[in-house]
Design a protein around this ligand. Structure first.
Ligand code: KIV
Length: 283
């Protein structure tokens, strides 16, 4: 079978032999008003596709607990699993900056654990930066990692590791008090040295205020159109995760239908003796 033609963007990236996106390049994108595109990936083949399609950042999110492992939340994801998935993604990413999530209890448990686990994601996993959830309560960790030149992406608003405190995956920052707190969190995370910040599940107007207040780029998910960049979970974008469909997810493909159709054609070909044929064997 012939390979499908490459898109103009993929060809352009190859011709330009673009180097890896860097942390300073992302800050410059915000200064220049250029949107930052982020996608999650958890393994080599899909990370390679994301990289070749020109993603700025590939996030090895702890959402892998939900969309890959089939768990109810991200809480059971371990450090060893994050290192394993990050390594596969980093091997595939020739241009995108790879950011790896610090899973639940890899940084909440103390400063030493934070340093050791962030170090593992960069040294063993090959990530260029780490991400963790939280506001003013974790600025000491952000400061420490920044001091050791380990770039940190922060994450505030609907923080999935706090699902039990929030009482579900609920939009945050709707009351004036909560909104003030989130603005303060964002400012303090920037002062502590975070190079960017994910704003998840908050009103569009609040995300706009935070984006206009900060020098570092904001990356939105369920936070409206005014952030400096956007992130989506790959399995949501491809229509591979169908357990629920949050309002903010746009499905760009229906991989579930495509895969089911291919699997069922394969099954039928084997059952009817159409596959394999003589030419698909050896003499
Ligand atoms: O784990 C993840 O994939 C994330 C994104 C949804 C931002 O944190």
């Amino acid at each position: 079978m012939r390979n499908p033609p490459e898109s103009a963007d993929i060809q352009k990236n190859k011709i330009m032999n673009k180097k890896h996106i860097t942390v300073p390049a992302l800050l410059k994108k915000k200064e220049d008003g250029e949107k930052i595109v982020v996608l999650t990936a958890y393994d080599f083949p899909f990370a390679k596709l994301a990289d070749e399609a020109g993603m700025d950042i590939i996030l090895v999110g702890d959402t892998l607990g939900i969309v890959v492992q089939g768990q109810e939340s991200t809480l059971p994801v371990t450090m060893d699993q994050m290192v394993y998935h990050t390594r596969m993604v980093a091997r595939a990413a020739k241009q995108a900056l790879v950011v790896a999530d610090m899973p639940f209890m890899s940084y909440q448990s103390g400063m030493e654990d934070t340093l050791k686990n962030a170090g593992r994601l960069m040294k063993e996993g090959g990530a260029a930066a780490v991400k963790f959830e939280g506001g003013v309560g974790i600025t000491d960790r952000v400061e420490m990692l920044s001091r050791y030149d380990m770039p940190v992406m922060a994450h505030i608003g609907l923080t999935p590791q706090s699902v039990h405190r929030m009482g579900g995956y609920k939009v945050q920052g709707r009351s004036a008090g909560q909104a003030r707190q989130l603005i303060d969190d964002a400012k303090q995370l920037e002062s502590a040295g975070a190079f960017s910040i994910v704003l998840e599940g908050m009103p569009n107007a609040l995300a706009k205020t935070i984006s206009e207040t900060l020098r570092i780029p904001t990356i939105g998910i369920g936070a409206g159109p005014h952030c400096d960049g956007q992130v989506l979970v790959m399995h949501d974008l491809l229509g591979l995760f169908t357990r629920f469909h949050p309002k903010f997810v746009r499905r760009y493909a229906d991989f579930t239908a495509i895969a089911k159709e291919a699997f069922s054609r394969y099954g039928s070909d084997v059952r009817t003796g159409k596959f394999p044929n003589e030419a698909e064997g050896y003499e």
